[in-house]
Structure formats: C-alpha cells, structure tokens
Design a protein around this ligand. Structure first.
Ligand code: MRU
Length: 356
C-alpha cells in the first residue's frame, strides 16, 4: 500500500482520547482546507458534533455515539444501579435525538444500553468497563465490515471502469476503506485504476469537500461534477456503475441516502447503468417495511440560501425545502452490497436471508 493510500484509509476520524475520557473526531466541516481534531467531553458537544455534521456518515455517527455514551457513563454520579440506568437512558435519548435518519445512531446506542441492562447485577464500575469494550467492538466490527463490503463491491467492477458516486461514503464516514468508496480504494491498493465522478452533493457539499479530497489524496483519478451533470457524464458513456452508501435500508430494499441519490438512480436506469448501494448490516432497519417508514431529516433553509457563499444567494425570507436524504426505490437498485454478501432482487427475500 502506498503511503498516500494509507493516509486516507487509516485516518483516525473517530477515536477515544488517550485517557479514555473524551471522544476525538476530525471536524469534517473544516475539510479539505484544515485538518482539525476536536475533543468532545460534554454531552452538548457530542450532540452538536453529530447535528452539525462535524462527524457524519452513518457508520461514523454510530461509532461516535458509542464512544460518547461510554464517556458520559463514566461521568454519571449515581448512588445505585437504578439511578445509573436512569441517567444513562436520559443521555442516550439526548444523543439519539441529534439526527433522525441514519439508523446506525440508534443501533449503536441500543447496543450500548443492552450492556447496561444485561449486567444489572454487576457494579457500576464493571458496567462502565464493559461499555468501553462494547464501543471498541462496534468500531472494530465496522473496520471488518467495510473491508468485506469493499471485497464484495470490487467483484462488480473491472479495471478502467468509470464510477459515479454521490455524497461521501469513504473512510471519513466509516472506518478504514469506507463502503461506496471501499472497492475503489481496495482496487487501487491492488493496482487497479478507476475513473471516479463525484457529485458535489448540494447543499452541504460532502462530495466536493470530502469525496474528491479522499480520492485525490489516495491517488485515484477523480473528477468533481455538480449534481446536475450526472446525466451528461452517463450519456457520454463515462460511467459503468454507480456506487452509493446508505443511511437506512428498509426490509423491502428501499434505501435512504443523501438527498439526490434517488435522482442518480433514476438516471442510471434510463442509461442502463447498474446502480449499487453499499452498506453494512448495521444500516438495515427491518422494522421499516418500506422506505415510507423512514424519517427524513429536514434541515435549516440557511444551508441552501447562504452557507458556503460570501453573501446570501437568495432572499432571506424566500421559502426553502431542505430534506437531507431521499429514499431510492428498491426497483431502481441493481444490488445491495453488505459485508455478508451481495443481495439481489427480490430484496424482501435476500434481505431476510441476511438476518436469518
Ligand atoms: O448527511 P450525511 O453527510 O451524514 O449523509 C451521509 C450519507 O448520506 C452517506 O452516504 C451515508 O451515511 C453512508 S456513509 C458510509
């Protein structure tokens, strides 16, 4: 592996501080211009980091939440287990309310809560120790899942292919290789070359700020395009596959991902290009029967009107609609790549088999 590639895939985007008392993250809102690490001690800072997308990407949010609730559990001063559990649950609900769509947030927090409830007979000190182990396990598992997804995804493309991606599902959003970018980074490691087209991903520009940064730094041929240019690059014959991540996958294969993803899938269908969703099983939510059940985060209109501009680009009081995600209908998805293997339609059957 080249040093450049290693620096991308082994970035410490989320970690526990050396003394174990805080969560250390790379502030993704400062990239690509500044690499700034933030140390989060307080619940409000942890909530804010997730809400403000300083840490973002479904798996990274889950990992950050797991370390965060561990750090907060260390701070609880309770006379007995009942008091400890009550305060733990209060903090858990607070962190869980920071963003609604990526299921990894509640998935990780629920896993952490189970450690507390399953060990009620142990001392609080022991429970806190087990929480640290569980958070580390969630992180380690994500590393393994991303690598397995990358291996499976790599079987779907060949040397020289053009790949279109939307938003950012690379190492910053996950652990190590990432999901949608994983096969490209792994392929690069093995001497393969891809031509990647990265949608800039309005309004928060994860594609421009993060995906093109990661791929360029890794030495992968990346071309940044505005979201409305996806059609022309497909028409030009430059795209052999679309790779995107996911924030919540329903039991029927409908997949929520960054706003604009479903438009890419519709275009891909028109141009007969395979459209792949890549994500770990921690991003599946079988309690959602279809995408209709997935809550879509609505964000501040200011992100459309003025963020990233020197001056507002629209009138201050103009009405804006700013959903952070959309749901791609399962009928538009060629396959869903997980760490356990590749799911093909009919998804209700192939997804159920994954969890059997
Ligand atoms: O709002 P964001 O930046 O957190 O949205 C992230 C995405 O939509 C990613 O594609 C998804 O979380 C998968 S990350 C592996």
């Amino acid at each position: 592996m080249t040093e450049a590639l290693r620096q991308v895939t082994h970035i410490n985007n989320v970690a526990l501080s050396e003394d174990g008392a805080a969560v250390v993250i790379i502030d993704q809102t400062r990239l690509p211009n500044d690499t700034v690490y933030l140390t989060l001690h307080k619940a409000e800072d942890m909530y804010d980091a997730i809400f403000q997308l300083k840490v973002r990407g479904a798996p990274a949010i889950g990992i950050c939440a797991a370390y965060s609730i561990y750090c907060l559990a260390r701070q609880i001063k309770a006379a007995d287990y009942t008091g400890f559990l009550a305060e733990f649950q209060r903090q858990k609900e607070y962190l869980n309310s920071s963003r609604p769509t990526a299921v990894n947030l509640s998935w990780a927090l629920n896993r952490m809560e189970k450690v507390v409830t399953a060990n009620s007979h142990k001392s609080i000190e022991e429970i806190v120790g087990l929480l640290r182990e569980e958070a580390q396990k969630i992180h380690d598992e994500d590393v393994a899942m991303c690598l397995a997804i990358s291996e499976h995804g790599l079987t779907l493309i060949k040397d020289g292919d053009g790949i279109l991606t939307h938003c950012n599902a690379g190492p910053l959003a996950t652990s190590r290789y990432g999901t949608a970018l994983g096969p490209l980074l792994l392929g690069k490691e093995r001497g393969m070359e891809f031509r990647v087209f990265a949608d800039e991903t309005r309004p928060l520009l994860q594609g421009a700020r993060l995906t093109s940064y990661e791929l360029h730094k890794a030495g992968i041929d990346v071309t940044l395009i505005c979201d409305n240019m996806a059609s022309i690059v497909m028409k030009n014959g430059w795209i052999q596959a679309c790779f995107v991540g996911c924030d919540r996958v329903a039991a029927n294969g409908d997949a929520a991902n960054k706003i604009g993803t479903s438009g890419v899938a519709i275009l891909a269908k028109h141009y007969n290009i395979p459209f792949y969703v890549l994500g770990p099983t921690s991003t599946f939510d079988l309690s959602c029967k279809t995408g209709e059940d997935i809550e879509i985060e609505l964000r501040d209109p200011a992100e459309i009107r003025e963020k990233f501009y020197k001056e507002p680009m629209a009138l201050k009081d103009v009405k804006c609609y700013n959903p952070a995600f959309d749901v791609t209908d399962h009928s538009l998805i060629t396959a869903i790549v997980t760490e356990k293997g590749i799911c093909y339609p009919p998804y209700d059957k192939s997804i159920a088999a994954l969890f059997r």
